[in-house]
Design a protein around this ligand. Structure first.
Ligand SMILES: [Zn+2]
Length: 315
């Protein structure tokens, strides 16, 4: 087996494996050492090449075909040239103070999640129940921490369709709560009606009083939900949805205007795109053409003036 393949197997890229021995029928031992040119002192962060002595340590790894695997690692002890302290070289992939590799700890975590009880994990992996409990409850506390997060100051609420129902072929919508303070998704619920939202998990998240600003589309359901669930909130309509409604009406008026007999070939007439162009990108000639176009419709004229006002406001 190639050295790179062995390193990939053990997920310990900085170790060099030299030998493999069968200690008994059930125990395999691999010998390895680290060959870095220098190490950094953990106390004063100075580079040092001064080797004090060396020790051999034994670390447990993931079993191979029900055989226990030990790594016998030769570790050098360095003496810092600056603060004169002696330290062992660290090995990435093996946590300080642990007698097993990170890979083995991940394996315990996996077994603890899928086995019926933790005692079976200790029997299967032949490790102490202390280690199994420590690793498993560390993971549980992390999961619990994820569930206990609080509402931020500014959130956005919007609906997204992820999948289509296989029976009805209708789109299925989910409500997404976005944390605008940290630019990440805060919560996703698979409902979008008021009653379902009020009975979803998002209601259980703590500190709803923290929320000061909510950005929503102009949906009356979300407005009702936000008003009833977040007491100290100021609601803002999303700019994207406002402009979308505005453009929809503008497009309708424009299609009606282009039906005027003055315009030949209304579908391919280049004037039909002019009202969408920003004012600062219009040439003098195009600007004159647009002014001619709005003469034919008072509604279009009003909307284009309003749009110009909006752009001035947003810029
Ligand atoms: Zn030092």
């Amino acid at each position: 087996m190639l050295e790179s393949q062995i390193n990939k197997l053990f997920s310990l890229p900085e170790l060099k494996f030299t030998n493999r021995r069968n200690l008994t029928n059930h125990i395999i031992q691999f010998e390895a050492y680290k060959s870095s040119e220098f190490e950094v002192c953990p106390k004063c962060a100075t580079k040092t090449t001064n080797i004090h002595d060396q020790v051999y340590v034994q670390r447990k790894d993931v079993p191979i075909r029900d055989k226990i695997v030990y790594l016998r690692i030769r570790k050098r002890r360095f003496r810092c040239q600056d603060c004169n302290s002696v330290f062992r070289e660290p090995v990435p992939g093996i946590r300080k103070g642990f007698r097993s590799t990170q890979r083995f700890i991940s394996h315990i975590r996996w077994c603890a999640s899928y086995f019926i009880d933790l005692k079976r994990v200790t029997i299967k992996l032949r490790c102490s129940s202390w280690l199994v409990y420590k690793v498993f409850y560390e993971q549980l506390s992390l999961e619990a921490k994820k569930m206990n997060y609080e509402w931020p100051k500014t959130i956005g609420v919007d609906e997204y369709s992820f999948v289509r129902n296989t029976k009805t072929y209708y789109k299925e919508f989910a409500t997404v709560f976005v944390d605008f303070n940290n630019n990440k998704v805060h919560e996703v619920t698979l409902e979008r009606s008021f009653d379902n939202l009020m009975s979803s998990k998002s209601v259980d998240i703590k500190c709803r009083e923290n929320v000061k600003n909510v950005v929503i589309d102009m949906s009356s359901t979300y407005k009702e939900f936000v008003n009833s669930h977040f007491p100290n909130t100021k609601i803002t309509s999303d700019k994207f949805h406002v402009i979308k409604l505005f453009n929809h009406v503008l497009n309708k008026i424009h299609i009606e205007t282009m039906k005027h007999p003055v315009f030949l070939k209304p579908r391919t007439n280049p004037m039909r795109r002019l009202y969408l162009t920003r004012d600062d990108r219009l040439s003098f000639l195009k600007d004159q053409l647009l002014n001619t176009l709005i003469v034919f419709s008072q509604s279009l004229k009003r909307f284009i003036n309003l749009k110009r006002g909006c752009f001035q406001f947003t810029i």
